[in-house]
Design a protein around this ligand. Structure first.
Ligand SMILES: NC(=O)c1ccc[n+]([C@@H]2O[C@H](COP(=O)([O-])OP(=O)(O)OC[C@H]3O[C@@H](n4cnc5c(N)ncnc54)[C@H](OP(=O)(O)O)[C@@H]3O)[C@@H](O)[C@H]2O)c1
Length: 280
């Protein structure tokens, strides 16, 4: 039995689907059972919240591996979750980290690195999947695409290699089901370097509509995130990563997806076609 947290999220949803395709038994951890109705009858559902470690503890019964994500912006403490993992059979843990965990000086990287270290300090069999920016981040543009035909871009012409959540999930699943892996840290990127204007051009073609890409300062994007309710430190951290891409430091291509899964990463155009309805 595998426990999938964040099972309603971009990566966890795909981890769940891919484990089921392999015939594995899956328990999903969510705050809201209605959100996992697509898996009804095929998974066990554990209702819980990272902020309530007892609910996480109950979900760990009889589990051999856990896909653990950081709970987004929930602010829940992480160490109590590690304590429960230690008390409940020490299942292997595949943690959804970030590529920034391996780059000193980034606030978001530090948060994830500290969690990786807490897992290791707990003596657990931790495996860390560290993706760069997700293709699904483009969904944050859906609102202004719909209402104004615009994308506001704080990353300038800087390129990065966005990765499809299903490719991250494929690396996670490999890591989760492998008893004694040779590697335990997987930095993952997509297969092509693209700037935001280039991603927007592809989206415009796929969606069959004109979309203008407008450059904005990083600080304006940070203020927008704070106004939308993101804690200031976290918004500043995201801003740091925008600035790094803007300055050309995001231009990195890794062959991890091909090497681990045996197939090339999903192209942005293919991801956009598969998700076109979500922009409509
Ligand atoms: N976006 C990027 O470019 C990027 C890059 C590198 C790393 N990452 C990592 O990926 C994470 C986002 O992953 P994602 O896109 O798959 O997630 P997501 O789509 O943002 O979904 C968030 C998930 O977190 C769960 N969650 C939130 N608060 C929770 C709580 N208090 N208790 C239990 N579950 C909670 C939600 O579950 P329910 O609502 O069902 O309870 C949901 O499934 C980031 O936080 C970061 O760690 C992201």
């Amino acid at each position: 039995m595998y426990l999938v947290t964040g099972a309603t999220g971009n990566v966890g949803r795909n981890v769940t689907a891919q484990l089921l395709e392999r015939g594995a038994a899956v328990r999903v951890f969510t705050r809201d059972a209605a959100k996992v109705s697509q898996f009804a009858g095929r998974v066990e559902v554990a209702i819980g919240d990272f902020g309530t470690p007892e609910s996480f503890a109950r979900a760990l019964d009889g589990v051999e591996g856990v896909f653990l994500m950081n709970g987004g912006t929930s602010g829940a403490a992480f160490e109590p979750l590690v304590d429960e993992l230690k008390k409940h059979g020490r299942p292997r843990v595949v943690f959804l980290s970030t590529i920034l965990a391996g780059r000193p000086g980034f606030h978001i990287g530090q948060i994830h690195k500290a969690r990786e270290e807490a897992i290791l300090a707990g003596g657990l069999d931790g495996r860390f999947v560290r993706p760069g920016g997700f293709m699904s981040n483009a969904l944050q543009w859906a609102g202004t695409i719909r209402s104004q035909g615009m994308v506001y871009n704080p990353m300038g012409e800087g390129r990065s290699a966005p990765i499809a959540p299903e490719d991250i999930a494929a690396v996670v699943v490999r890591s989760l089901i492998t008893e004694r892996p040779e590697e335990k840290v997987f930095e993952v990127t997509g297969g092509a370097l693209l700037s935001v204007p280039e991603q927007v051009e592809i989206l415009a073609e796929v969606l069959g509509r004109a979309i203008r890409c407008v450059d904005i300062p990083v600080q304006a994007a940070v203020q927008g995130m704070v106004q939308a309710g993101l804690p200031e430190a976290l918004a500043g951290g995201v801003g740091e990563s925008f600035q790094a891409v803007r300055d050309g430091h995001g231009a990195m291509l890794l062959d991890t997806v091909q090497r681990v899964t045996g197939r090339p990463p999903t192209a942005f155009a293919a991801w956009a076609r598969a998700n076109a309805a979500r922009f409509a």
